[in-house]
Every structure is written in C-alpha cells, then in structure tokens.
Design a protein around this ligand. Structure first.
Ligand code: HEC
Ligand code: HEC
Ligand code: HEC
Ligand code: HEC
Ligand code: HEC
Ligand code: HEC
Ligand code: HEC
Ligand code: HEC
Ligand code: HEC
Ligand code: HEC
Ligand code: HEC
Length: 276
C-alpha cells in the first residue's frame, strides 16, 4: 500500500514537472516553443521513461532492432510530453527519418510494422502486393505475367508473415500420389507460375507415374535400352514436351529405307517399349 502511494506520488510529481516546463508563461514569452521543448526534454531523460512505460521499454529491449541500437526514445518522441503537449504531438512520422526509397512512400507504415518499438515484427493483412513489389520485383512480375489461380490471390494469402514459406499440402492441396512432399511439389511447380509444370532432369519416374502409371510400367518392364532412361531424359523441361526420335538418333538408317516409311514408330512401335 505504502509502495503504491510512493509510486503514485512520483508519477504525479514527474508529470507536474513536465507540465510545469511545458506551460510556464515566462518560458513561453521569452522563447517560443523550441526552447520550452528543449527544457522539457532536458527534464525527461531517456532513462526516465522506464519508470512509467516499463512495458514499452521491455518491448524495445526484447526486439527493438535498430530502433533500439540506432535511436533512443527521445529521438522519436521529441518536443515535450503530455499533458503539456497536445495528444499526438510527440508521435513521430516515419518519414522524419525514412525517406528516399519507394518503400518509404507506401501508405500507412504501421499496417505492417505494427509496433514501432519492434519494427521487424511485421504482419501482413489484406492487399500487400504493391508493398512487396518495392523489394521483390521479380516475384511480383512472375505472378502478374503468368495468370493462374495463384495470381488471383494476394501475396499475403500464402505469406501470412514476412519470410514465412507455406507448405502446399497443409491447407490447400492434396498430393498426386501418396508420399509426395512439399519438396516434390516445387520440383515440378514453380509456385509463382504453377502451370505449366516445369522440372529439372532429376525427377524420378514414379513422380510422373502418379498420372501416367501405365507408361511407367510399360517403360520399365521393357528389355531395350530405353527401359533404363528416365521420363525426363526425353520429355525435358516443360510438361507436354515431346521429343523427336531424330533429336537423339539423327538419321540411323539409309535414306532409301526411310523413304518407304514415314515414321520411326512404323517399325519401332512405341518409344516406351520399342518391341511391343
Ligand atoms: C512520470 C511518468 C511518466 C514518465 C517518466 C514518462 N511518461 Fe510518457 N506518459 C505518461 C502518461 C501517464 C502518459 C499518458 C498521457 C495521456 O494519455 O494524456 C504518457 C504518454 C506518453 C506518450 C503518448 C503521447 C501521445 O501523444 O499519445 C508518449 C509517446 C510518451 N509518453 C513517451 C514518453 C517518453 C519517451 C518518456 C521518457 C523520455 C516518457 N514518456 C516518460 C507518463 C510518463
Ligand atoms: C523509432 C521511433 C520510436 C522510438 C525509438 C520509440 N518510439 Fe514510442 N512510439 C513511436 C510511434 C510511431 C508511436 C505511435 C504508435 C501508434 O500510433 O500505434 C509510439 C508510441 C509510444 C507511446 C504511446 C503508445 C502506447 O502504447 O502507450 C509511448 C508511451 C511510447 N511510444 C514510449 C516510448 C518509449 C518509452 C521509448 C523508448 C524506450 C520509445 N517510445 C521509443 C515511435 C518510437
Ligand atoms: C528518429 C528517427 C526514426 C524514426 C522516426 C523512425 N525510424 Fe525506423 N529506423 C531509424 C534508424 C536510424 C534505423 C536504422 C537505419 C536504417 O535502417 O535506416 C531504423 C530502422 C528501421 C527498420 C529496420 C529495423 C532493423 O532492425 O533492421 C524498420 C523496419 C523501421 N526503421 C521502421 C520504421 C517505421 C515503420 C517508422 C514509423 C513508425 C520508423 N521506422 C520511424 C530511425 C527512425
Ligand atoms: C505491406 C507491408 C509493409 C508496409 C506497408 C511497409 N513496410 Fe517497411 N518493410 C516491410 C517488410 C516485409 C520489410 C522487410 C523486413 C526484413 O528485411 O526482414 C520492411 C522493411 C523496412 C525497413 C528496413 C529495410 C530498409 O529498406 O531500410 C524500413 C526502414 C521500413 N520497412 C520502413 C517502412 C516505412 C517508413 C513504411 C511506410 C512509409 C513502411 N516500411 C511500410 C513491410 C512493409
Ligand atoms: C523493404 C524490403 C522488403 C519488403 C517490402 C518485403 N521484403 Fe521479403 N525479404 C526482404 C529481404 C531483404 C529478404 C531476405 C531476408 C533474409 O534472407 O532473411 C526477404 C525475404 C523474404 C522471403 C523469404 C525468402 C526465403 O528464401 O526464405 C519471403 C517469402 C518474402 N520475403 C516475402 C515477402 C512478401 C510476400 C512481401 C510483401 C508482403 C515482402 N517479402 C516484402 C525484403 C523485403
Ligand atoms: C500460392 C501461394 C503463394 C503466393 C500467392 C505467393 N507465394 Fe511467394 N512463395 C510461396 C512458396 C510456397 C514459396 C517457396 C517456393 C520454393 O521453395 O520453391 C514462395 C517463395 C517466395 C519468395 C522467396 C524467394 C523465391 O522465389 O523462392 C519470395 C520473395 C516470395 N515468395 C514473394 C512473393 C510475393 C511478392 C508474392 C505476391 C506477388 C508471392 N510470393 C505470392 C507461395 C506463394
Ligand atoms: C512430376 C511432376 C509433378 C509433381 C511432383 C507434382 N505435380 Fe502437380 N501437376 C503436375 C502436372 C503435369 C499437372 C497438370 C496436369 C494436367 O495437365 O491436367 C499438375 C497439376 C496440379 C494441380 C492442378 C492444377 C489445375 O488447376 O489444373 C495442382 C493443384 C497440383 N498439381 C498440385 C501439386 C502438389 C500440391 C504437388 C505436391 C504434392 C504436386 N502438384 C506435385 C505435375 C506435378
Ligand atoms: C497431375 C497429373 C500428371 C502428372 C504428375 C504428369 N502428367 Fe503428363 N499429362 C497429364 C495429363 C492429364 C495429360 C493429358 C492432357 C494434356 O495434354 O495436358 C498429360 C500429357 C502428357 C504428355 C503428352 C502431351 C501431348 O501433347 O500429348 C506428356 C509427354 C507427358 N504428359 C509427360 C509427363 C511427364 C514426363 C511427367 C513427369 C515429369 C508427367 N507427364 C507428369 C497429367 C500428368
Ligand atoms: C532424348 C534422347 C532420345 C530420344 C528422343 C529417343 N531415344 Fe532412342 N535411345 C536413346 C538412348 C540414350 C539410347 C541408348 C543408346 C545406347 O546405350 O547405346 C537409345 C536407344 C534406342 C534404340 C536401341 C535400343 C536397344 O535396346 O538397343 C532404338 C531402336 C531407339 N533408341 C529408337 C528410338 C526411337 C524410335 C525413338 C523415337 C520414338 C527414340 N529412340 C527416341 C535416346 C533417345
Ligand atoms: C526415349 C525417350 C522417351 C522416354 C524415356 C519416355 N518417353 Fe514418353 N514419349 C517419347 C516420344 C518420342 C513420344 C511421342 C510418341 C509419338 O510420337 O507417338 C512420347 C510420348 C509420350 C506421351 C504421349 C503419348 C502417350 O503415349 O500417351 C506421354 C504421356 C509420355 N510419353 C509419357 C512418358 C512417361 C511418363 C515416361 C516415363 C515413364 C516417358 N514418357 C518416357 C519419348 C520418351
Ligand atoms: C523399316 C523399319 C524401320 C524404320 C522405319 C526405322 N527403323 Fe530403326 N531399326 C530398325 C531395325 C530392324 C533395327 C535393328 C537393326 C540392327 O539391329 O542393326 C533398327 C535399329 C535402330 C536403332 C539402333 C541402332 C543401333 O546401332 O543399335 C536406332 C537408334 C533406330 N533404329 C532408330 C530409328 C529412328 C530414329 C527411326 C526414324 C527416323 C527409325 N529407326 C526407323 C527398323 C526400322
């Protein structure tokens, strides 16, 4: 009880002091605002803030980032303290210190940097694509230039906070086959341009087999040298790509022979099994 009283008294006195410096008529007459403000600031030191704003000081200590190391309370909260100053008068605009990049011309900084005392705790809500574009031009262009279901939603639909990478399988999609992982999904689908599927040369046949099971069986059960090849060795890069036999084999037979047959497959039957 006694401690509470002492604390209350201290708060009262400190605020009185602030009010005093802020409102003394002599000061106001002799030197307009700036000087009063300076004096008020001279009264309140950075080390005083913790007495009445321990939660905010705690937030900055915990995750203030450069707002902890590069600036102090009074660099932002200049010019007095309520009740001597009007409500809002010592709340800084971000542009006081951040200017020059397109990012700093975005509206409503605190929409994402919700807490200026923890500036890197960033929350995304609603439409943020224009903001992402100020730093991730490549991804924004990729999404915009390749219309897909993914370009119909905003970046924040998937990236709910900065740096977060969503897993395709958690909420939105079922795999094509059992055991497929997120890594498999992105090995065939560039997430910002999901279709057509594109892939490198390391995709296992079983991945294609999720939809082309019969062809995988046919190929792998064959007895010719094609049986040892991967689907993606022939069907390179983009889903639906079909190679020509001649791309790999040139002209293996005499022209006279080929003039009688239009297609290689007239004799070699099926690329996935040359003998059946
Ligand atoms: C003696 C207690 C006390 C001290 C010390 C104190 N404050 Fe305050 N502060 C308050 C109270 C009480 C309010 C709420 C005033 C109101 O709402 O009218 C407040 C409000 C504020 C506000 C909000 C102003 C606004 O316009 O909304 C800021 C910013 C602030 N303080 C910063 C500081 C900083 C920076 C320091 C240290 C330099 C500091 N305070 C030291 C008690 C204190
Ligand atoms: C980089 C600038 C910056 C620094 C540094 C900073 N603040 Fe703030 N502070 C702000 C801004 C901006 C707001 C207004 C936030 C809002 O509108 O939601 C604010 C709001 C406040 C408020 C009123 C809001 C509330 O939640 O009660 C207090 C009190 C406050 N700051 C105290 C401090 C103290 C104490 C320190 C130092 C430990 C500090 N600030 C350091 C920018 C800063
Ligand atoms: C009094 C000056 C000042 C004000 C006002 C200010 N900042 Fe800063 N801020 C700095 C400085 C200095 C740095 C460190 C250098 C830099 O990154 O530009 C910084 C860094 C940052 C960072 C990076 C933090 C890190 O740890 O890397 C973010 C984000 C940021 N500020 C957001 C804001 C937002 C949002 C506002 C408005 C609510 C704001 N700042 C207001 C001075 C300020
Ligand atoms: C749509 C969300 C969003 C909005 C709106 C936004 N920012 Fe940012 N800001 C970010 C993200 C995300 C980062 C990157 C943080 C990182 O690198 O970890 C960032 C980084 C920063 C940085 C540190 C990097 C740098 O380039 O210096 C500063 C400073 C900053 N923002 C200030 C601002 C200011 C000032 C505003 C308002 C004019 C603002 N931000 C509006 C999301 C936003
Ligand atoms: C101010 C610049 C800035 C803004 C704005 C920004 N970012 Fe970033 N972003 C970065 C930087 C810098 C990194 C790399 C940080 C790192 O490597 O930790 C990054 C990393 C990322 C990553 C993680 C990359 C990885 O490989 O893990 C994702 C995802 C991301 N940002 C998404 C977004 C989205 C979505 C937005 C818009 C809401 C956005 N960013 C806005 C600067 C920004
Ligand atoms: C459908 C969900 C989804 C949408 C919408 C989305 N992303 Fe992504 N994003 C991801 C996933 C998943 C990854 C990880 C991709 C990987 O690992 O191959 C990623 C990766 C990133 C990265 C890290 C670098 C990279 O390219 O791998 C950045 C930056 C990024 N996204 C920014 C954005 C921006 C900006 C937007 C809005 C234009 C956006 N994303 C829209 C899901 C999405
Ligand atoms: C071996 C490559 C491959 C892998 C691995 C793969 N996909 Fe696909 N996916 C495709 C192909 C090819 C299509 C297009 C089929 C068509 O044309 O109907 C497709 C279609 C889709 C579609 C339907 C798109 C539409 O609107 O028609 C979704 C959703 C999808 N995949 C999600 C996933 C997810 C999630 C994973 C990971 C579990 C995954 N895919 C793994 C190749 C792959
Ligand atoms: C999600 C199911 C799915 C996956 C996985 C898938 N495909 Fe397909 N594929 C289809 C469908 C459906 C068609 C027929 C419709 C079409 O032409 O897009 C097709 C057609 C094809 C065609 C013929 C295109 C044409 O023009 O006739 C080739 C070649 C092909 N796929 C190769 C592959 C290869 C190689 C893989 C593995 C890297 C693969 N597919 C993975 C569903 C899939
Ligand atoms: C992407 C390259 C590629 C394409 C396209 C391709 N092949 Fe082949 N083919 C190979 C390779 C590699 C071998 C094995 C060569 C070796 O080991 O000497 C082979 C072997 C063969 C053989 C010999 C089989 C054996 O067991 O001795 C025949 C016949 C053949 N291919 C016919 C065809 C026909 C017909 C087509 C078109 C329908 C075709 N190939 C398309 C790469 C290809
Ligand atoms: C040696 C090269 C080669 C390999 C290996 C190969 N293909 Fe093909 N594939 C072809 C050629 C050439 C055609 C076109 C045949 C034609 O012209 O009728 C074709 C056609 C197709 C077609 C469309 C016609 C059809 O039969 O439905 C699909 C789908 C297909 N391949 C899937 C696959 C899958 C899945 C694998 C792996 C299990 C695979 N291919 C392995 C060369 C190959
Ligand atoms: C009239 C039937 C016929 C046609 C058409 C035909 N082939 Fe052949 N091909 C054969 C026969 C039979 C053999 C086996 C010859 C041998 O063992 O020397 C053969 C062998 C091959 C071989 C294996 C050669 C080796 O040295 O092992 C390749 C590769 C091949 N053919 C590719 C093709 C391609 C590519 C086409 C289309 C441009 C084609 N063939 C058209 C009948 C044909």
């Amino acid at each position: 009880m006694r401690r509470l009283f002492v604390l209350a008294a201290a708060v009262f006195m400190a605020m009185g002091l602030v009010a005093f410096w802020g409102s003394t008529p002599r000061a106001a007459e002799q030197a307009p605002k700036a000087k009063v403000a300076k004096k008020a600031v001279a009264v309140l030191q950075n080390s005083d803030c913790v007495k009445c704003h321990p939660a905010i000081v705690g937030q900055i200590q915990a995750a203030g980032g450069k707002h902890k190391t590069e600036v102090a309370c009074l660099d932002c909260h200049e010019g007095g303290h309520p009740p001597a100053t009007a409500k809002g008068a010592i709340i800084p605009k971000c542009s006081k210190c951040h200017e020059g990049k397109s990012h700093f011309r975005l509206p409503r900084c605190l929409r994402c940097h919700q807490n200026p005392h923890q500036p890197l705790k960033i929350v995304f809500k609603g439409k943020v694509k224009a903001a992402c574009k100020t730093c991730h031009l490549k991804e924004v262009q990729e999404v915009n230039q390749h219309p897909s279901a993914h370009s119909k939603v905003d970046c924040s639909f998937c990236h709910v906070k900065h740096g977060f990478i969503p897993n395709c399988l958690t909420k939105c999609h079922k795999p094509h086959r059992k055991g497929q992982t997120f890594k498999d999904c992105v090995s065939c689908h560039k997430v910002h341009q999901p279709l057509p599927a594109t892939y490198g040369d390391k995709i296992a046949n079983k991945q294609c087999g999720a939809c082309h099971g019969k062809i995988v069986k046919l190929l792998e059960s064959g007895s010719t040298k094609h049986a040892k090849l991967h689907c993606v060795f022939c069907h390179q890069g983009t889903h639906g790509m079909i190679p020509k036999c001649q791309d790999c084999h040139g002209t293996p037979h005499p022209a006279a022979m080929m003039s009688k047959f239009k297609k290689c497959l007239n004799c070699h039957v099926n690329p996935h099994n040359l003998t059946t």
